[in-house]
Design a protein around this ligand. Structure first.
Ligand code: NAD
Length: 348
C-alpha cells in the first residue's frame, strides 16, 4: 500500500508521537486522536505540530465518549493504530472501572467505529505481555543480578495460554481478543502486537509505568527510586524505533500482517534486570544512585522475555537497537530536554 492517512489514537503519548513522526517521514498524513490525559502529551503534540504543521492533524477526543468524532476520523484512514489507553497496572487496581472504560470499552468503540465506517482500514492494536499473567508454572532461576527462565531459552511464544491478571491485564486482554475476533467475524484486517517493555525518547516515564525511563529520569533529577521486590526482575526491552518499525512494516503490507497476533519485544538478546539497569546508569552518570526497597507488586512477573521469532519470520522484522546504547540515547534526550522533563515530573 502506498502512503495514505493513518489515525493514531493516543498519538500524543510516548509511542504515539514516535510513530506519528516516523509515518510522516514515510509520507503518511497523520491524524492524532487523543484526549491529552497523560502528563507530557501537550509537549509531544506541540513537538509534532511545530515540526510537521501540514502533515499532522489533531482531533481532541476521548475513545470512551466521542464515538461520532471517532467514526468520522477513522472513515478517512487506511490504517488505524490504536494506542490510546490507561497504561499503568497500579492505577488499574485503584480505578478498575475507569481502566475498563478506557481500555476495554474504548477499544470496543474504536472497533465499532471502524466496522460502521465500512472502509476497512488495517487496525493495529498495541496489546501487552500482561495477557500471559504471572506465569506461576514457569520456573525461574535466581542468579547474582537477575532471574532467568530455566526452560524457555527463546522466550514466551504466542501459544502461551492467556491468563489475564490485574484489571489492566483483563481490560487490555479483552481488547486484544476483540481486535483479533473482529478480524475473524467481520472480516476486518486487524493485527495485535503483544508488547514487552518499550523505552526511548519522548517517554515521560513515571514510577507506575515506563520503568526504564523513570529510573533514568529519577536518577538524573535525583528523585527517590523505589524497587518493588528484590530488583532481580528481568524484562526484554524494545527501543521505540524498533517497535515503530514493525508498525510501519504492517501498514505497508496489511495482507501479510492481518489476522495475526505477534509478541513484540527485544527477545532473549535484549534483556535487563532492574539492578543491571541501575548499575549501568551509575556508570553512565558516574555517581551512586540511592534506592529503597518495597514489597513486590501484584501480578509482577519475575521474568518476562518475549519469543519474537514469529514476527521475525512472518514480517521480516528484526530489532536493531541494543539496550545499553538505546538507554544512553534516552539519557541524552532527557539531558537535552531537561526543562520539559522537570516540568512534567513536577506535576506527578
Ligand atoms: N510503553 C510500554 O512499555 C508498553 C508496553 C506494552 C503495551 N503498551 C501499550 O502501548 C500503548 C501506548 O503506550 P504508551 O507507552 O505510549 O503510553 P502513553 O500513556 O504515553 O500513551 C497513551 C496515550 O493515550 C491517551 N489516552 C489515554 N486515555 C485516553 C482516552 N480515553 N481517549 C483518548 N486518548 C487517551 C493519552 O493521553 C496518551 O497520549 C498503550 O495501549 C499501552 O497499553 C505500552
Amino acid at each position: 500500500m502506498g502512503a495514505g492517512t493513518i489515525v493514531i489514537t493516543g498519538g500524543a503519548g510516548f509511542i504515539g508521537v514516535n510513530a506519528a513522526e516516523a509515518f510522516i517521514r514515510d509520507g503518511w498524513r497523520v491524524i492524532v486522536f487523543d484526549n491529552l490525559s497523560r502528563k507530557g502529551t501537550d509537549l509531544n503534540l506541540r513537538y509534532l505540530q511545530q515540526k510537521f504543521p501540514a502533515q499532522c492533524e489533531f482531533v481532541k477526543g476521548d475513545v470512551r465518549y466521542d464515538y461520532f468524532s471517532l467514526l468520522h476520523t477513522v472513515a478517512r484512514a487506511q490504517v488505524v493504530l490504536h494506542l490510546a489507553a490507561q497504561v499503568a497496572v497500579t492505577t488499574s487496581i485503584v480505578h478498575p472501572i475507569e481502566d475498563f472504560e478506557i481500555n476495554a470499552r474504548g477499544s470496543f468503540n474504536v472497533l465499532e467505529a471502524v466496522r460502521q465506517a465500512g472502509n476497512k482500514p488495517l487496525v493495529i492494536y498495541s496489546s501487552t505481555n500482561k495477557v500471559y499473567g504471572g506465569m506461576p508454572d514457569v520456573v525461574c532461576v535466581k542468579g547474582a543480578t537477575r532471574y532467568s527462565f530455566r526452560d524457555f531459552p527463546d522466550g514466551i511464544a504466542e501459544d502461551r495460554p492467556l491468563d489475564f491478571h490485574s484489571p489492566y491485564g483483563c481490560s487490555k486482554g479483552a481488547a486484544d481478543q476483540y481486535v483479533h475476533d473482529y478480524g475473524r467475524i467481520y472480516g476486518l484486517p486487524t493485527v495485535v502486537f503483544r508488547q514487552s517493555c518499550i523505552y526511548g525518547q519522548r517517554q515521560f516515564g513515571i514510577e507506575d509505568q515506563g520503568w526504564v525511563a523513570w529510573f533514568t529520569i529519577a536518577a538524573l533529577l535525583e528523585r527517590p527510586i523505589t524497587i518493588y521486590g528484590d530488583g532481580l526482575q528481568v524484562r526484554d526491552l524494545l527501543h521505540v524505533d524498533d517497535l515503530v518499525a514493525v508498525y510501519r512494516r504492517a501498514a505497508s503490507d496489511p495482507a501479510r500482517a492481518a489476522g495475526k497476533i505477534f509478541n513484540m519485544g527485544g527477545g532473549p538478546k535484549r534483556t535487563l534486570s532492574l539492578l543491571e539497569l541501575l548499575a549501568f546508569l551509575e556508570q553512565l552518570m558516574a555517581k551512586k544512585i540511592p534506592v529503597t526497597y518495597a514489597e513486590p507488586r501484584a501480578g509482577d512477573q519475575p521474568v518476562f522475555v518475549a519469543d519474537i521469532r514469529k514476527a521475525e519470520r512472518e514480517l521480516d522484522w528484526h530489532p536493531t537497537i541494543d539496550p545499553l546504547p538505546g538507554i544512553e540515547q534516552l539519557h541524552d534526550w532527557i539531558c537535552q530536554n531537561r526543562a520539559d522533563v522537570e516540568r512534567v515530573v513536577a506535576t506527578f
